[in-house]
Design a protein. Structure first.
Length: 436
């Protein structure tokens, strides 16, 4: 990065995580203690100088702290590092920490949920905005709630969301309690139902990704009810997008298509292009499951067309993952369903290359699916190699649905007469045992 050029990558990461300059400085300082034996000395001024480009190369402790905060390697933070600094930072790998913390001095009614990453032994803390215990709730309270909800998806993007459904459901309970204690006008009431629907939708997705389909369905139903009370068609479409993906996972081809079409119909005149790309991808999955290759191809073409129309406007937290990598991944799953593993492998290879590095959970999913594609195409050595990539991510990604796929891949390899297969099975068993 040339001197004086703003660091757009770091700014985007901070915005995605909902962090101010002071928040990031505090997170870096907290990360420094276990790394270097003492808290760091980062200030908001340091962060602003990095963002503006006045300082183009942070000191090593600052850089390592940013790596831990965002879960990214130093090269992914938007700085152009010198050869010396690159060598220094290469000795460190990002720890699985998260930046959303509250202090002991905060009020008791702030919801805080601690949980452990699967096998990683890393403690994460999710803290939501405090809600009033009495009196009047206003638009500012709702906005703080909405900002807090985005943090759930920041965690999910990095680590997967097995335990996040608990967090979302607890926050729903807290909001509903505040609604019972406080008074508010019609506009705030509508906005409150919107955020309740968003939380239920998120909880449903986290449950789905964890393999708990009954819990996912309950949350999706609650999200739809809240979206109707709020009169929010985009929220309805979001829920139907989730339900469409769930239907495909459960082998319900017709329902996959029906729910995706419902979402497209209800948002016909005011649809985000990312949502269009996602929904046409869902249609492709449904058509592929029904063996309708031509319709699948048409849906994928429409998804790509919608993708080309995406502008520079920031995406909603739940839609941020939709990009070229996601559309190629949908195509890969569709062609696997149509019995075309070589074509699916090519598309998933492209999807992995196009995926934003922020989405570590999706990296794990894509690597696992690509291994399945290679295996189905009888490309065993490539399958084992990319499965090794997924296994490297396993300890810090808590995504039971795709972990199950990786376990099935391991079982499929076991007993095959290939040295690489035996090595992978042995490594898989060691990694999974250590993570248990």
């Amino acid at each position: 990065m040339a001197e004086g050029r703003p660091n757009a990558v770091l700014r985007s990461l901070m915005k995605h995580a909902g962090l101010s300059a002071e928040d990031l400085a505090e997170a870096i300082n907290a990360a420094g203690e276990p790394r270097f034996g003492e808290r760091g000395n980062t200030t908001g001024r340091h962060v602003r100088r990095w963002l503006s480009g006045v300082t183009v190369q942070p000191q090593l402790p600052h850089l390592v702290g940013m790596m831990d905060t965002f879960g990214l390697e130093g090269a992914d933070l938007g700085f152009t590092l010198s050869v010396k600094r690159s060598r220094e930072v290469a000795q460190y790998h990002p720890a699985s920490t998260l930046l959303v913390e509250t202090t002991a001095a905060e009020e008791d009614h702030v919801l805080r949920r601690h949980f452990m990453l699967a096998g990683a032994g890393q403690l994460l803390s999710i803290a939501f905005a405090p809600l009033p215990t009495s009196g009047r709730m206003g638009a500012s309270d709702v906005e703080r709630i909405r900002q807090s909800v985005g943090r759930l998806h920041t965690v999910d993007d990095l680590y997967g969301g097995e335990q996040l459904a608990d967090v979302a459901e607890q926050f729903v309970t807290q909001i509903e309690g505040a609604m019972g204690r406080c008074h508010y006008g019609p506009r705030v009431e509508k906005a409150l139902y919107q955020v309740l629907g968003e939380l239920h939708a998120s909880a449903g997705w986290f449950s789905f990704d964890s393999g708990d389909q009954a819990r996912a369905s309950r949350n999706f139903d609650s999200a739809l009810r809240a979206s109707l009370l709020a009169g929010d068609r985009m929220l309805q479409a979001r829920v139907w997008a989730y339900m469409s993906r769930q239907s495909w996972e459960l082998g319900r081809a017709t329902e996959t298509v029906t729910t995706a079409r419902a979402a497209l119909d209800i948002t016909r005149n005011a649809r985000d292009h990312r949502l269009s790309a996602l929904l046409h991808g869902r249609l492709a999955l449904g058509y592929s499951a029904a063996g309708q290759g031509a319709r699948c191809g048409t849906a994928l073409a429409r998804a790509e067309t919608a993708l080309d129309r995406i502008g520079d406007d920031p995406a909603a937290a739940w839609l941020a993952f939709v990009g070229a990598g996601e559309v190629m991944g949908a195509a890969a799953m569709a062609h696997m369903s149509l019995g075309q593993p070589d074509r699916a492998a090519y598309q998933e290879e492209q999807g992995m290359q196009l995926l934003d590095p922020r989405f570590r959970r999706n990296q794990f999913a894509k690597a696992t699916h690509l291994a399945e594609c290679y295996l189905a195409a009888n490309r065993l050595e490539e399958a084992v190699q990319i499965a090794g990539t997924a296994l490297s991510l396993y300890p810090t990604v808590n995504c039971p649905r795709w972990a199950t796929h990786l376990g099935a891949f391991r079982n499929n390899l076991a007993g095959r007469d290939l040295p690489e297969a035996a090595d992978f099975v042995e490594r898989y068993d060691l990694v999974v045992t250590a993570a248990a």
